[in-house]
Ligand binder design. Structure first.
Ligand code: NDP
Length: 278
């Protein structure tokens, strides 16, 4: 008897560093789902061809990482509401009904914040730093939690303003949402500050004023696996910090659920990655 194993992959450039194969292998082991999951390197100009080839070879789904999330959005023949809201796709389902696009980044962040870190977002004051793909992915799900204030700060203010305009009409009845340059944050205080910039990867951070954090605040850094300047700054200011490892595992779990209809346990996988320093 031949047992068919469903094939999945993470496609990106670069992709060798990705933890997704390890995470999905753990999910499959834990749930008993029969699947394989591999890294798939793709030339910058070859995204669509690579997806089609993978599908023609029997591939069932792809996670999409830098720099192809917009390409995946455009390639999707049908999209979920959260993918539409994010204008980006990180989860492709290659089914009989065509290529489906979803975005699980926002759900991953909200689960990490509310379930793992036990942070309530209702009526809270949130600062979101960055106006790139990650911010677009998380903005809708953050607004769904009904914070009282969501300020989006970015080096290029026009990008933060465009992001606010994109989300304004749909969500902001219970939330005041506005764009701000970093140097206008002096005197404001937030319960949650999310660093969705890539500055930490280059050991940099946006220029933040001191006393930005309200008592009991959380500083959340989307970059994971290193003590970034933002996390060090927050620790000097005396507040709790979290990195993006939980979000990474939670968005993967959400993709796994989209594909398999089974929700894996994330806590043991987060622990495994942390303990192994992977
Ligand atoms: P983008 O390239 O789309 O956007 C980068 C953002 O960072 C822009 O807003 C840019 O500002 C800002 N930025 C870059 N360098 C600096 C700096 N030195 N000072 C201030 N701002 C800076 O990236 P993404 O939005 O896709 O990703 C952002 C980060 O989030 C990445 O590090 C990524 O690894 C992480 N991420 C983590 C996830 C997780 O699961 N943990 C999931 C998704 C993303 P400007 O517009 O002015 O250039």
């Amino acid at each position: 008897m031949v047992i068919m194993t469903d094939r999945y992959a993470v496609i990106g450039n670069p992709v060798a560093h990705s933890k997704s194969p390890l995470i999905h292998a753990e999910f499959a082991r834990q749930t008993g789902e029969s699947l394989s999951y591999e890294p798939l390197f793709c030339e910058l100009s070859g995204f669509e061809a690579a997806v089609m080839r993978f599908r023609d070879e029997g591939g069932r789904g792809l996670n999409v990482t830098v720099p192809f999330k917009l390409g995946a959005y455009e390639l999707s023949e049908h999209r979920t509401a959260r993918a539409e809201s994010a204008l980006a796709v990180n989860t492709l389902t290659l089914g009989h009904d065509g290529i489906g696009g979803d975005n699980t980044d926002g759900a991953g962040l909200i689960r990490d914040l509310t379930q793992n870190l036990r942070v309530a977002l209702l009526a809270k004051r949130i600062l979101l730093m960055g106006a790139g793909g990650a911010s677009y992915g998380v903005c809708g799900p953050l607004l769904d939690q009904k914070p009282v204030l969501l300020v989006v700060a970015n080096r290029s203010l026009d990008k933060a303003s465009a992001l606010c305009r994109h989300f304004d009409a749909a969500h902001t009845r219970s939330t005041e949402m506005r764009a701000a340059p970093y140097d206008e944050l002096t005197g404001e205080q937030f319960d949650l500050v999310i660093n969705a910039t890539s500055a930490g990867l280059a050991n940099a951070m946006p220029a933040l004023p001191v006393r930005l954090f309200a008592p009991g605040a959380l500083a959340y850094e989307m970059v994971y696996g290193k003590a970034t300047p933002f996390m060090q700054f927050a620790q000097r200011e005396g507040v709790r910090t979290a990195d993006g490892l939980g979000m990474l595992v939670e968005q993967a779990a959400e993709s796994f659920y989209v594909w398999r209809g089974v929700r894996p346990q994330t806590a043991p996988v987060i622990e495994l990655l942390r303990d192994s320093g992977k």
